[in-house]
Design a protein around this ligand. Sequence first.
Ligand SMILES: O=C(O)C(=O)[C@H](O)CO
Ligand SMILES: [Mg+2]
Length: 271
Amino acid sequence: MPRFAANLSLLYNEHPFLDRFAAAAADGFQGVEYLFPYAFAAADLAQRLADHGLQQVLFNAPPGDWDAGERGIACLPGREAEFRAGFAQALDYAQALNCPRLHVMAGLAPAGVERTRLQATYEANLAWAAEQAATLGREVLIEPINPRDFPGYFLTHQAEAHRIAQAIGAPNLKVQFDLYHCQIVEGDVAMKIRQYLPTGRVGHFQLAGVPQRHEPDVGELNYPYLFNVIDEVAEACGWQGWIGCEYRPARGAVAGGTRDGLGWLRDTRRA
Ligand SMILES: O=C(O)C(=O)[C@H](O)CO
Ligand SMILES: [Mg+2]
């Protein structure tokens, strides 16, 4: 059975952020991920991880001005210095939290800038970040995201992400395979797992029900089937990663909402 990490940005919103570590551990999670750690001291986050026996499996590098609508800056010409400073900060947190992988968000393609220029900026930033991360034994991840949730996002397709990772050729530059985004953008999810997991370029999975991004047992994807595919392929190719549970609980605002929606996880553990 795959290992599941709780995404503390989306799950357990019925608790203040720092209390979500305890809530996730109480539900049997051994790993956590979230969008950004930067509002908290790394030492406080490390303490929560230690207190609850949790591994930090992923977080994102600074994305630019999130509240103003930015969704990463890696493809944006002219923002290279900010990108490098943000990534250095992310690496400091990764060291303190013993986190093996960092997601670098591409950003929204600005109108009027040629795609080839964005592509060159993106690849140069990723190559630099992968080199920095390698010195500390960390991985850099890129994630295709569906353009309904993030209109204009630069990276939307699995094939494009793999082409970029392959072209840059850094062994620690990998793809974050979010099954929810993949289903919305291109479908054929099981075959894409079979195609890409054996390449060694998939660093992490994430899941959510499609289309509402609720629990994985709500919606059009058959997750028990996909978990079996991941298990089978992972065993054959020696992949040992995590699946981040990155969904908004259908009863998220309700006390106990996240736990009440974890029937799918209890069923998976029993299977
Ligand atoms: O939205 C997602 O799927 C992500 O994984 C990002 O990290 C941030 O939005
Ligand atoms: Mg995701």
